[in-house]
Design a binder for this molecule. Structure first.
Ligand code: PEP
Length: 255
């Protein structure tokens, strides 16, 4: 797979958009975005809509697809789960790991995110490792500590070469689905800390790792966020559910 051209625009549809709606979404989105983006566009549909989305994108191989989660084990008695092997076989190229809803709703630990990142890489998926602090942690001045701990632990099972191929998403928990967005400067402060940690971890290749911002990104604020220092793309939930809004976000910051 060719490297991710920045900016990276990633759409997390969460538990929305079934196969029927996904086919209609792709049709409308392609009509609104008839030419490839200057950046990299990645859709994260429900695993059950992945095949439909891939089929609908048959003529637009520039748009990539991923899954929202994998299990850390390769296979076995884990009813309802999907493995990295199954996701790759179904055509996923990326996987979200450690999304705040996985951490805070499903109790996913840092140790599990590390195992999932390792499993993803082992089977050729690019992990998009999500990190971010809660509002309480931010108010206690713990943002840097929390984010760096999640980052270092999540990447701890990967070789340096593998780390250089991941994507990081900084998603402050207080900004996800709340309509409350970090300012571009808020985002830049944390992105600089993440960048420094990545360079410390793997040297110069750490400068090439895309760091996305996520949290109530909309067509109105996307360009300003993409203009912030060290912000290499966006991970978008709510505003990615409407094809016109998603098309507008995908054209922000690329002209
Ligand atoms: C997300 O789910 O990763 C996200 C950032 O959601 P929203 O854009 O709705 O805040």
């Amino acid at each position: 797979m060719p490297p991710h051209t920045r900016p990276v625009f990633a759409a997390n549809w969460k538990m929305n958009v079934g196969p029927t709606a996904a086919a209609a979404f792709v049709e409308s989105f392609l009509a609104a975005s008839p030419t490839p983006s200057n950046g990299t566009v990645i859709l994260f549909p429900s695993a059950l809509a992945l095949a439909t989305v891939r089929h609908a994108l048959a003529l637009r191989q520039d748009i990539r697809v991923g899954v929202q989660n994998i299990h850390a084990e390769e296979k076995g008695a884990f009813t309802g789960e999907n493995s990295a092997i199954i996701a790759a076989d179904a055509g996923a190229a990326y996987v979200l790991v450690g999304h705040s809803e996985r951490r805070h709703v499903f109790g996913e630990t840092d140790a599990e995110t590390a195992r999932k990142c390792a499993r993803a890489v082992e089977h050729g998926l690019v992990p998009v490792l999500c990190v971010g602090e809660t509002i309480e942690q931010r108010e206690r001045g713990e943002t840097e500590h929390v984010v760096l701990h999640q980052l270092r632990t999540g990447l701890s099972s990967l070789s340096h070469d593998a780390v250089a191929d991941v994507i990081i998403a900084y998603e402050p928990v207080w900004a996800i689905g709340t309509g409350r967005t970090a300012t571009p400067e808020d985002a830049a402060v944390v992105h600089r800390v993440i960048r420094a940690a990545l360079v410390e971890l793997v040297g110069e290749p750490g400068r090439g790792i895309p760091i996305l911002y996520g949290g109530s990104v909309t067509p109105v604020n996307a360009a300003a966020l993409l203009g912030a220092d060290q912000v290499d793309g966006v991970l978008v939930g709510g505003a990615s559910l409407d094809p016109a809004s998603w098309a507008a976000i995908c054209s922000a910051g690329t002209t």
